[in-house]
Ligand binder design. Structure first.
Ligand code: NDP
Length: 231
């Protein structure tokens, strides 16, 4: 499989790159800093030097970067089988009622428009795969069904919007064989999740990859802990 992961230089994204490459896939690790991407690859190659992995300079807020990445990939591979929209930011802890508009916009720019740019650009390359899958890494903080806390309005709003985008996109491409799902990784020990989180990146990513391999996945749905969950 040919796989592209955004924000692959650290955290959950890096773990995706590691596990997918070690499983024999060809992995393209998106990183907004090329140097960070190369460092991540050197780190991953310590587990096995012969894996197929390379970095792509890719800031998901830059349409230029996204187009350059697409132009590069379409000459390198015949099809893209898996796109993981993982890159995200979590800035601002205020509620939606008092968060600064610039913070709200920044969150949307990365966490919503980033995946939108990626999907729009890469759909042609995904369509040439026999089993194409888009995975939007979402969060239970974007859920509307079982909301338990407030605050972090910019992040919550961006992830709710990403969920909505997932459902609309699935419908709009249902005349193709492209599947698109939103997945929550749980609370994970990364820079974003903090060290008190109850899951390691290894466990979380292993569970998500297991889910992605499930041929019964329903496009346009939200998944958490391997199960479908209401929005
Ligand atoms: P981290 O903060 O550890 O890593 C975020 C990654 O996103 C980094 O590689 C970062 O790159 C990248 N990134 C941020 N902005 C951009 C951009 N504009 N273009 C490209 N890359 C960018 O986060 P996690 O690994 O914890 O999170 C990964 C995903 O999982 C996110 O979508 C997050 O919302 C989601 N998630 C995480 C949870 C957790 O508990 N950790 C819980 C629920 C969801 P750089 O190094 O350049 O900043």
């Amino acid at each position: 499989m040919n796989c592209l992961i955004t924000g692959g230089n650290r955290g959950i994204g890096k773990e995706f790159c590691k596990q997918l490459a070690l499983a024999g896939n060809r992995v393209f690790l998106g990183s907004r800093s090329l140097e960070d991407g190369i460092n991540a690859i050197n780190d991953i190659k310590r587990y096995s030097p012969d894996i197929q992995i390379q970095t792509l300079q890719l800031d998901v807020t830059s349409i230029n970067d996204v187009q350059k990445a697409y132009n590069f990939l379409r000459t390198e591979i015949l099809c893209l089988d898996l796109l993981i929209n993982n890159a995200a930011i979590m800035h601002g802890s205020n509620g939606v009622h008092n968060e600064e508009i610039t913070i709200l916009k920044e969150a949307m720019e990365t966490n919503l428009f980033g995946p939108i740019r990626m999907c729009q650009a890469f759909l042609p390359l995904l369509c040439t795969s026999s089993m194409p899958l888009i995975v939007n890494i979402s969060s239970e903080m974007g859920l509307l069904s079982d909301k338990e806390a407030g605050g972090y309005g910019a992040y919550r709003l961006s992830k709710s919007s990403l969920n909505a985008f997932t459902a609309h996109l699935a419908f709009d491409v249902n005349n193709t064989h492209v599947k698109v799902i939103a997945v929550c990784p749980g609370w994970v020990q990364t820079d974003m999740g903090g060290q008190n989180a109850n899951r390691t990146p290894e466990i979380s990513v292993k569970e998500m990859i297991h889910l992605m391999n499930n041929r019964e996945l329903i496009s346009g749905k939200f998944y958490r802990f391997g199960e479908q969950h209401p929005w």
